[in-house]
Write a protein that binds this ligand. Structure first.
Ligand code: SAM
Ligand code: DTB
Ligand code: SF4
Length: 322
């Protein structure tokens, strides 16, 4: 981050205001986002995080977008929690390829204490390699957030996914407030918060605004905000969701940047289906982080060479801010 002074940002955004922001002339919106972005960040640096699925499938939750939910018939072979050694080998490979953060995901509603202890050992070992650590394990109890902090965890990812109103159309097994409670435990434990959502699930502009308001109006804004474009996976209820207009997606990124000026905005899932020009527009709108590596959790992400070529075309360097 260019400026060290973390002033208190607005956390009183209203829906009508954000809808107006999101729908204003595109050039004006992008200009405003660039101004904010350049105030706090080097516009030509993108941070790289690599994801690894440490426990695949069989999840009891019914998130309508998710290939790992046991409720849907998708092409996933459920597995057990992986062993420490295989995780460390992948973390090492990610580091060699230039990632600065290693994010481990588990398809759980919430971790069992015994499994949490295994994950804590993974966190400690990955951190010891000099990588930042992030995990996403579902809901946490307060003591579990503290345990993860004591293992050295840097970031916990737990998404709100959409507006409070739209959320209930896509998930019935866990409510919005439970997600907010987990986020509060993570914040209280002193772990950086990684929290964002998904665009392209059939939500409207008001829902997109509602998601960003839930994030930006937190007492402390999330340090990291992943904006995912829905990856439509065969067998999930959202398999046939309508295509999202790329311009509408870029508008969400620009609003996230304006509303959360010092957060890292991550252009997350869905890049494989995006043109390079669309990704360039997302970076112009203030996205300054991506998932780097050929797999997300279970779905494809661009090849490393494609990302390297894109960065070279755009004069972007990889790096990180903190
Ligand atoms: N089970 C944990 C949980 O849900 O908190 C952690 C893993 S979960 C896969 C992490 C996030 O990935 C979800 O909250 C969702 O935002 C995102 N995600 C999952 N499937 C997706 C898809 N098909 N397209 C885009 N994002 C997706
Ligand atoms: C997030 O917001 N996006 C990542 C990460 N957090 C864990 C996950 C994307 C998953 C896409 C579907 C899959 O690969 O299974
Ligand atoms: Fe389970 Fe997470 Fe997928 Fe929801 S998003 S079904 S909680 S793995």
């Amino acid at each position: 981050m260019k400026q060290a002074n973390k002033k208190a940002f607005r956390n009183d955004w209203t829906q009508s205001e954000v809808v107006s922001l999101m729908t204003k002339p595109f050039n004006d919106l992008i200009f405003e986002a660039q101004e904010v972005h350049r105030t706090y960040f080097d516009p030509n640096i993108i941070q790289l995080s690599t994801l690894m699925n440490i426990k695949t499938g069989g999840c009891p939750e019914d998130c309508a977008y998710c290939p790992q939910s046991a409720h849907y018939n998708t092409d996933i072979n459920p597995g057990k929690l992986l062993a420490l050694e295989s995780v460390l080998a992948q973390a090492r490979a990610a580091q060699e390829k230039g990632a600065t953060r290693f994010c481990m995901g588990a398809a759980w509603r919430q971790p069992k204490q015994r499994d949490l202890e295994t994950v804590m050992a993974m966190v400690a070992a990955v951190k010891n390699m000099g990588l930042q650590t992030c995990v996403t394990l579902g809901m946490l109890q307060e003591s579990q957030a503290q345990d993860l902090k004591s293992a050295g965890l840097d970031y916990y990812n737990h998404n709100l996914d959409s507006s409070p109103e739209f959320y209930s159309k896509i998930i019935s097994t866990r409510d919005y407030q439970e997600r907010l409670d987990t986020l509060a435990f993570v914040r209280k434990a002193g772990i950086n918060v990684c929290c964002g959502g998904i665009i392209g699930m059939g939500e409207g502009v008001r829902d997109r605004a509602g998601l960003l308001i839930s994030l930006a109006n937190m007492d402390v804004q999330p340090e990291s905000v992943p904006i995912n474009s829905l990856v439509r996976v065969a067998g999930t209820p959202l398999d046939k969701a309508e295509d999202i207009d790329p311009v509408e997606f870029v508008r969400v990124i620009a609003c996230a940047r304006i509303m959360m000026p010092t957060s890292n905005i991550r252009l997350s899932a869905g890049r494989s289906a995006m043109s390079e020009e669309m990704q360039a527009l997302c970076f112009l709108a203030g996205a300054n982080s991506i998932f780097y590596g050929e797999k997300l959790l279970t779905t494809d992400n661009p090849q490393l060479e494609a990302d390297q070529k894109l960065f070279a075309r755009l004069g972007i360097q990889s790096g990180h801010y903190q």
